[in-house]
Design a protein around this ligand. Sequence first.
Ligand SMILES: *[C@@H]1O[C@H](CO)[C@@H](O)[C@H](O)[C@H]1NC(C)=O
Ligand SMILES: *[C@@H]1O[C@H](CO)[C@@H](O)[C@H](O)[C@H]1NC(C)=O
Ligand SMILES: *[C@@H]1O[C@H](CO)[C@@H](O)[C@H](O)[C@H]1NC(C)=O
Ligand SMILES: *[C@@H]1O[C@H](CO)[C@@H](O)[C@H](O)[C@H]1NC(C)=O
Ligand SMILES: *[C@@H]1O[C@H](CO)[C@@H](O)[C@H](O)[C@H]1NC(C)=O
Length: 515
Amino acid sequence: MLRSFCLILIAPLVSSVALTIPLTVSDSAPSVTGNLFSLSIEQDRWLDWAGNVSRDNFFFNTLNNLVALTGSDPKIRIGADSEDHTLFSAAVPFVQQAFPPPTTTVPYPEATSIVVGPGFYQGAKFLPKGTGVTWGVNFGGKNLTAIFLETQAIINAFSSSAFKDAGITLDFLELGNEADLYKNNGLRSSSYSVSQWISLATNMSRTANLAHSDTKIWGGAFAESSHSTGGFSPQGIFANGILDSEPGAFISTISQHHYSGSFCTGSGGLLQDLMTKATIRSNLSSFTPDIQATQAQGLDYVLGETNSYSCHGAPGVSNTAGAALWTLDYALFASQIGISQVFFHEGIGYKYNLIQPAVLTRSTLNGSPLATPLQPHVQPQYYAAIIAAEAIGDSQQTQAIELSISNTRISGYAFYEVGTVKRAVFINSLAFLSGATNRTSVHLDLSFSGSGARPTTFSVKRLVIGHADDGSGLTWGGRTYETTDGRVGGTATSEKGTVSAGIDIPATQVVMISF
Ligand SMILES: *[C@@H]1O[C@H](CO)[C@@H](O)[C@H](O)[C@H]1NC(C)=O
Ligand SMILES: *[C@@H]1O[C@H](CO)[C@@H](O)[C@H](O)[C@H]1NC(C)=O
Ligand SMILES: *[C@@H]1O[C@H](CO)[C@@H](O)[C@H](O)[C@H]1NC(C)=O
Ligand SMILES: *[C@@H]1O[C@H](CO)[C@@H](O)[C@H](O)[C@H]1NC(C)=O
Ligand SMILES: *[C@@H]1O[C@H](CO)[C@@H](O)[C@H](O)[C@H]1NC(C)=O
């Protein structure tokens, strides 16, 4: 009696799944670059990230940590909603702006007006050496003077010696943010049209002298996609001849924006939905026709602005450890379907940030005043960027494949250098929420396929998480990035495993094994 009772209690806690890791991959396996994880930054408070008269060391350090792991140049897009409200005045040294009052659901609202001057763009010189920048120019305002002056100021900044010496380059210009929504948000009375974009972008491309520079244009930047030639989509703008136009010929990349939904309040259920393997795949796979249409034109495809839930994130969801697991699986899965970079959107005080570079005096979750201001810090999602950076490594020629794992909660990816397996990452996306008592674990039975030397042992690093809804306190291989300067702290743990024994992965954890 007692015996069977125990079995019933214990039996469900560990289940098992077998999986096979190919020892090698061919050239056709997806390549993953060290800057798969990139950032999109809300333009209004850009200088609170970079620094105005001197470098913001916290932000610099958090980017530099990724550079140190991957040897890849960071990519940053600056723009988004406030890009379409930005005006220029040479008389403003940095930026002048006005903000609406904070609310419970939007504790850190975007500026209602923003006038920038030359120093605003020059702030990009404080980025790590080699950073490639995409800068958004105001299309929403339908103001040719603003387009002209902003473009000129951007070009002046990037052609200055400070930028040249640091190898900080203007990779792309973007004209307009989510123009598919202009008709709904009051920026146009009737729909955005490709012909309108072409006419204003002609001034931008001539002012920037794109015909004689390495700078290209990001096309699209739509909030949604019709996935067909009717409506707003890459297919739609191609069908309307954008690529044959003078400025459209400079489009080398299509940027798509995506959020998994819009929720201004959170719950444990919502966090589990976000983390779920199937919803991550269905969210991203819906873009497959767009990616194919883009690649058919010989263009690159990126998620130029994305994060968990719009509304700057859902409280108790977007800012949590569970969201870190979502972030990792989302970006790695994106790499499998032809998305070359994923720009996670950030703004000062937003709930879904990887990084909070500024001192915050109000709660990011409900806007209430904080007795003790929050110093610059990283949020849980930052660990996802670190894990991906370590998994991709610094070979500059890493390939990754998703492993087939028949378990709705476990996803896995293997990483290859010169075609040979080096590491694998596993994610258990079952949400272990605070208040829950049983934490299940899944046993991974490992085997290899293909020919070549078969590793028998591996080292292990774990992203250890208290609860999926925790906002802090994560450790990666025993170490923490929740430090005052954004550099790694704490003491590394060391764990080894054998292929014959396999490995266990508890609910709400990431495991990386290195052969
Ligand atoms: C530069 O940024 C700091 C910190 O946000 C701010 O206090 C200062 O007023 C800014 N300086 C200028 C000249 O805008
Ligand atoms: C157009 O842009 C210029 C430069 O940013 C600005 O001075 C002017 O006020 C803008 N015009 C309107 C109607 O907003
Ligand atoms: C772009 O527009 C501005 C403002 O109307 C104008 O001064 C400038 O000459 C235009 N540049 C080009 C290359 O058309
Ligand atoms: C995207 O993910 C969310 C959960 O975060 C889910 O509710 C939504 O249905 C998914 N959308 C698609 C298109 O799969
Ligand atoms: C707790 O146990 C139940 C019953 O076995 C299972 O359905 C649930 O997923 C478990 N929760 C976690 C977080 O492991």
